[in-house]
Design a protein around this ligand. Structure first.
Ligand code: S3P
Length: 182
């Protein structure tokens, strides 16, 4: 018989494309409602003892994805966390099962243009998938077209972050979280 994963956790998991604000929003939520902040990219770096960029360069994306799944598995066993995930977390359905065990999975939904502005403002070496030749906006649009249906399908709630500050987004997520728990 197939084992089904029941949803029971008290955490919040933020999913969404690079630059949608998962890390900043998760830190803000952590401050406001005292959930423990966890970032799966940090967990991966810590486990491998090297940066995301180096993992990609030396061992390739598939090894990074293995470490990412292991990090999500570990995090799913914890309670009362706010989890910022890497943008590619939806590439493996098992990750989503773990996140749903952890708690509410929330998609921070932003337009390609807003994502482009955000990733251009903060050059992040942890984003090797955007360090490719050619126009970055075109690259974002094409990756987003692949991923958006998965973000939508796998999330329990979609927060449209267009025009919202980090704090406003955090408040939106907290309101949903409180509603789900009341
Ligand atoms: C990735 C997003 C990055 C990081 C890695 C892969 C992706 O995280 O996990 O570079 O596949 O979208 P952020 O979404 O926090 O930038």
């Amino acid at each position: 018989m197939m084992k089904t994963v029941s949803k029971h956790g008290s955490s919040i998991a933020l999913i969404g494309f690079m630059g949608c604000g998962k890390t900043s929003v998760a830190k803000c939520i952590s401050r406001k409602i005292k959930l423990k902040y966890i970032d799966t990219d940090d967990e991966v770096s810590l486990a491998a003892q090297m940066s995301i960029l180096h993992i990609f360069e030396r061992y390739g994306e598939s090894f990074f994805r293995e470490l990412e799944t292991e990090a999500v598995r570990r995090v799913s066993l914890m309670n009362d966390c706010v989890i910022a995930t890497g943008g590619g977390i939806i590439k493996n359905e098992v990750n989503i099962q773990y996140l749903k065990m952890a708690g509410e999975v929330i998609y921070l939904n932003a337009s390609a243009e807003q994502l482009y502005n955000n990733v251009s403002r903060n050059q992040d070496v942890n984003r090797p998938l955007l360090n490719v030749p050619g126009d970055k906006l075109t690259r974002i649009k094409s990756l987003l077209a692949e991923r958006e249906p998965l973000y939508m399908q796998y999330s329990d709630y979609q927060a449209d972050v267009t025009g919202l500050s980090i704090e406003e987004t955090a408040d939106l997520v907290i309101a949903h979280y409180n509603q789900m728990r009341s």
